[in-house]
Design a binder for this molecule. Structure first.
Ligand SMILES: Nc1ncnc2c1ncn2[C@@H]1O[C@H](COP(=O)(O)OP(=O)(O)OP(=O)(O)O)[C@@H](O)[C@H]1O
Ligand code: SF4
Ligand SMILES: [Mg+2]
Length: 338
């Protein structure tokens, strides 16, 4: 795929979302979690962009901002060139049809009191699509597309009567029934057994081709990102620290954090050991963080410059690659002069 020729479906400009924390007694300064902190990025038409990083780094918050499930503190999200915060009335309804979120837990999307048919038909009803008969036909078709066959045997069942993998397939059917342009899939397989995970991943890959979807795929697992994604963006404490073609990032990671993540997943299919990597001090740094590099306290190659400079800007290094690290710039300069 020639990704450089593709136009962005979604673009963010210096996007931030700070969550206020309750003030403690005697505390003078207000505290904010900088969940997303100055993110400028694009998702190109038809691509599968992986968003990878440890727990608490802001992946879900960024995904939710892109589909206007929450509002930013500052900065903007452009969808097909339009600022999503300014959409109203018919254009907002159109946007809601075109973007969808697939959750980690299918119960976040499925009402346990409604049948599979009612759950999947609901977006069609909300958007007043077709007649009752056309909607039923569309539900039957999409259930078959997600591998729930014969569809009739699933339509009158309740989510609790399905396996975890089947429930996630119903949630995917619900997200795709309106034929969206852009889908954010937030760790859609992380709650599934490994035996059904591969099937749901294959399904997402097939559906993306059939529906010409643009996909933001959020995951902890670099091995999954390798299977699913064309490009990967690596996030650390609210910031994108490296972005590039998936094979480049996985074969030749430049940012020390990406290298650390890769060292934690030496084998394809092995899940990132989140508990080992999750560090209370790292999470704390997202609260009113210091201005210098967010990765400073864990960085094995930090030097004096890193202690005194601001967080490095995301800088392009040829082709599709961009990295936020002063030392990477230095290494590349030395190599190019050699
Ligand atoms: N509604 C909220 N109020 C306060 N803080 C929040 C809220 N939602 C998220 N946060 C904080 O924002 C930061 C980013 O959270 P987010 O859920 O986006 O991370 P994540 O990368 O998706 O993590 P995980 O991999 O565990 O799902 C975390 O420190 C989290 O505690
Ligand atoms: S800028 Fe410095 S502290 Fe930050 S990742 Fe690069 S070397 Fe490490
Ligand atoms: Mg999350």
């Amino acid at each position: 795929m020639n990704s450089t020729a593709q136009l962005p479906v979604v673009r963010t400009d210096n996007l931030t979302l700070y969550f206020p924390l309750p003030k403690r007694r005697g505390q003078r300064e207000a505290q904010f979690v900088h969940a997303v902190d100055g993110v400028t990025m694009s998702v190109r038409a038809g691509e599968r962009l992986g968003l990878v990083g440890e727990s608490g780094c802001g992946k879900t918050t960024l995904g939710r901002l892109l589909v206007r499930a929450c509002a930013p503190t500052s900065g903007s999200v452009l969808f097909q060139g339009q600022d999503v915060s300014k959409l109203r009335g018919q254009t907002l309804r159109q946007f809601r049809k075109q973007v969808q979120l697939i959750y980690q837990d299918p119960y976040d999307a499925l009402d346990p009191r409604r049948t599979v048919q009612a759950c999947v038909a609901e977006p069609l009803e909300i958007h007043k699509e077709g007649t009752k008969q056309e909607r039923d036909e569309r539900v039957r078709h999409i259930l078959s597309q997600v591998g729930l066959v014969p569809a009739e045997t699933f339509m009158q069942r309740y989510p609790r009567e399905l396996s975890g993998g089947q429930r996630q397939r119903v949630a995917i059917a619900r997200a795709l029934v309106l034929n969206p342009t852009f889908v954010v899939a937030d760790e859609p397989t992380s709650m599934l057994d490994s035996s059904v995970r591969a099937g749901v991943l294959r399904l997402l890959a097939d559906l993306r081709t059939q529906y010409s979807l643009t996909l933001l795929y959020i995951t902890h697992d670099l091995a999954v990102a390798r299977l699913v994604c064309d490009r990967i963006a690596v996030m650390y404490l609210g910031r994108i620290v490296e972005v590039g073609a998936a094979n480049q990032i996985l074969q030749q990671p430049l940012h020390p954090y990406t290298r650390m993540l890769l060292e934690a997943v030496p084998k394809l299919g092995r899940q990132l050991p989140v508990s080992r990597l999750r560090q209370a001090d790292a999470i704390r740094q997202a609260i009113n963080p210091q201005p210098h590099c967010r990765f400073l306290s864990r960085c094995p190659i930090a030097d004096q410059e890193c202690h005194h400079a601001q967080h490095p800007p995301l800088t392009a290094y040829g082709g599709d690659r961009a990295v936020a690290c002063y030392k990477v710039a230095a290494t590349i300069d030395v190599q190019s002069q050699a």
